[in-house]
Design a protein around this ligand. Sequence first.
Ligand code: AMP
Ligand code: GLY
Length: 423
Amino acid sequence: MKVLVVGGGGREHAIVASVAKSKKVDKIYCAPGNAGIEALAECEPISVMEFDKLVAYAKEKEVDFTIIGPDDPLGAGIVDAFEKAGLRVFGPRQNAAIIEASKAFSKDLMKKYNIPTAAYETFDSAEDAMKYLEQSSYPIVLKTDGLALGKGVLICNTKEEAMDGVKSLMLDKQFGSAGDRIVIEEFLTGREVSVLCYCDGKTIKTMTSAQDHKRAKDGDQGLNTGGMGTFSPSPFYTDEVDAFCKKYVYQPTIDAMKKEGRDFIGILFVGLILTEDGPKVLEYNARFGDPEAQVILPRMKNDIIDVMEACVDGKLDSINLEFEDNAAVCVVLASDGYPQQYEKGKVITGFENFEGKDGYYLFHAATKKTQDGIVTNGGRVLNVVAKGEDLKQARAEAYEATKWVGFANKYMRNDIGKAIEEV
Ligand code: AMP
Ligand code: GLY
């Protein structure tokens, strides 16, 4: 088979690495890819939003199967564009990707189908939102309805902060039209766990659990980012939590989408918070998490193409998903200053240190080949991943491996997975 992966971050590098292990695949293409993906796939500089060009490229290369990585093209209907051209593609259609692309949609879906989530209200005007904030209790959470690179969520401790938040989201349009509508929701406390699931429209199968660290700084301080590091599995995701979520969250979500005429085919990423009142859904994503994929996929025993084809063909019930009985930790190496201002174009050294090292992975998130060598090309630059017998070992190995690569203004959190040592 010839497989095309759409995207160019650490998640797509992890997907490409999994596809490269498939017995069915003899050629991989990636658009746009990055300097790391180039070692495994033929990369073509087409942006993920240029659907016509991507479809034409897939046809020209006689691609048999395409996998979509990021949220933006899914929300904008890339799967529909590929299907219309008669191409086989893995990911939700636009009418199902809305579960991530609109928070108001997903909140209304959960309310309608009794899926546990935080209480909320939706607002189309800043004036109404501010009026509501006058009589709310704090902390409270503001979320843009639309996609905002994982940064459209504000936790506001006081009324003043919340008022400022409404102003920046709805009036100053910090995230553009994503903030035309906002959701204001109850603040919940508890451990967060992400569970990613394969779906074929009617059957849903959970993968191993993972946990991200969204804040920029140690101790969960600083701004929200796309994710600074992950570990898998989460010790907080117990059998009891799993049983609860299987009954009240996963299957009910897929059934609800089916009832709404929005069959969900692809990856459903369920962001959970384990509150005193039980697990609740914080968010849904319609794709692999970044950097969740980087700790989940290296532990998956199945051939990824077998599983994805089963999803597209509506035969997921025939697949037995299997994961290694170990653990993995991912530490994101970022450019200092991310998620705000940072410099790019710094030369990266030490790639060779990862060569031939079993159980270690260096996924590229934002890198570029230049005459000077491979340089940094964004906020989240590299993902260092290590497997270990347990989380403690994986964590120690991952941090050791962060020393193997270097670049000016390299920044990372030092407490990825530290919570697990308290367990
Ligand atoms: P989301 O993109 O919706 O997952 O939100 C990003 C992050 O904001 C989550 O991972 C949580 O840490 C936090 N968050 C979102 N919603 C809530 C909530 N209702 N209560 C507390 N924290 C939240
Ligand atoms: N790491 C969080 C996300 O991919 O949305």
